[in-house]
Ligand binder design. Sequence first.
Ligand SMILES: Nc1ncnc2c1ncn2[C@@H]1O[C@H](COP(=O)(O)OP(=O)(O)OP(=O)(O)O)[C@@H](O)[C@H]1O
Length: 506
Amino acid sequence: MHERNAANQAQKSFLHRIVTGDEKWIHYGNPKRRKLWGLPGHASRSTAKPNIHGKKLMSTGQRIGTVVRATGTFSLALVLALVYEWRVGLVAMSFVSFLVLIFYKQGKMVQEETFRTAKTMQNSVKIAVEAVTNIRTVASLGREPLFVKEYKEQLRSALILAKHASRWRGIVFGLARGFFNFVQTGAMFYGGHIIVNDDVPYDVVLKAAQALLMGTSSAAQAFAFAPNFQKGINAAGRIVILLNRKPNVVDPAQPAVEEFRGTGEANLQTVQFSYPTRPAVEVLKGLDLKISKGQTVALVGSSGCGKSTVIQLLERYYDPDAGLVTLDGVPLPRLRLAELRRGLGLVQQEPVLFDRTIGENIAYGDNSRTPAQDEIIEVARQANIHNFIMSLPAGYDTNIGSKGTQLSGGQKQRVAIARALVRKPQILLLDEATSALDTESEKVVQAALDVAKEGRTCITIAHRLSTIRDADVICVIHAGRVAEKGTHQELIDRKGLYYRLYKRAQ
Ligand SMILES: Nc1ncnc2c1ncn2[C@@H]1O[C@H](COP(=O)(O)OP(=O)(O)OP(=O)(O)O)[C@@H](O)[C@H]1O
């Protein structure tokens, strides 16, 4: 029971650590990047197998008990043997250091084997996860055989490793178990010798030998668990490392504002930033961007210039290396994370919806309260999706399937817009919200966005420049800075970077 509780607790803490505040997980969870592939060693293994770790913890708990009991029995047997006939006891004891050595070697072997096998298994898990999560793309490209082939190759190397390791484990394990018999044979042999030569009563030697017999057989049985015990320790070690990680992005000890409610004003001042996973590449090199309340600001620039990075800094997924990001003049690290993010409504290129009803998906937008049904309907109207929802037999109670597979791209996007609106955000962040849509859906979604933008600040990123023509300010990001800024007409007249981007898109 205690083990079950401990395992349960470990699993909860594990998931908690992953989903809260650590920018590394945020990075890999970025649907735009789809970098599940790139998860570092422990990450995908850990996310894929928290349950296994839990089981290992549980079984480790049971095995610790067995191993402790066996060690106790063996020590007691040694003490009894020493008491009955100290020389017989000493002979048995002389083997103990070998025994320890064998178990140490065995432990190390299991550790290395676990690490190597896990690494290989992790590669195969990565392939499977990528194939399954992107199954539509995989199928449309006809790449199924390639994934199956790669998966098989990874599994084959795992199998070879496992075969090799189990051969060695068998040898060491056999030796370890046989060793208890050597101990006993040695003790009996020497016992016979002292009965004959030193006139030691045979019953004394027999008692000492009997004590050893009982002790060693119980220990031999218990140490059959040793490999699993070692694996359990390794698994627990990895969990402890993860749980002990200190996220960089955390709530301030003393927030500058209690109950922060922004007005929609944001500012990035001489922001320099490199992603922690790529510290050598400076994405923003002193970027200045002032966004006033109610303004629609468009960020444009060539692919990879850092547009989405600006949004990620505003959400405080990361902290800049230098410079300041503020909301209403307050630096983000001085605000509670939940409060600063509550004022931001993010709509991304590929909305992530949950396997719930449409109503629940919209209500998910605000976790600080339970939005009333009227309000859900109201934001669905604004997002131009109400009529569609009402045309479904179960209306707002329709389950949209895993990741919203039962909706078209445009419908999903409009549900995501409704979800963003239910937060009543002061700032709407649109990260290529219409880029993945066909022209027809784009129009409908764009209309929904135009309504959503009313009365609030909006920061929008778009590849299709036609969608941001009407922005109050267009900022061209180039070489890590805002290189040009102005209205569409001003920038066209300037005949600079924007002009060239615009012409290229024509
Ligand atoms: N999590 C990350 N770790 C490391 N590098 C990253 C990460 N996210 C983005 N980058 C890199 O930072 C740079 C800026 O990326 P960003 O996504 O901000 O560009 P973008 O202008 O939005 O690009 P696009 O228009 O193609 O979406 C790129 O070179 C990108 O490869």
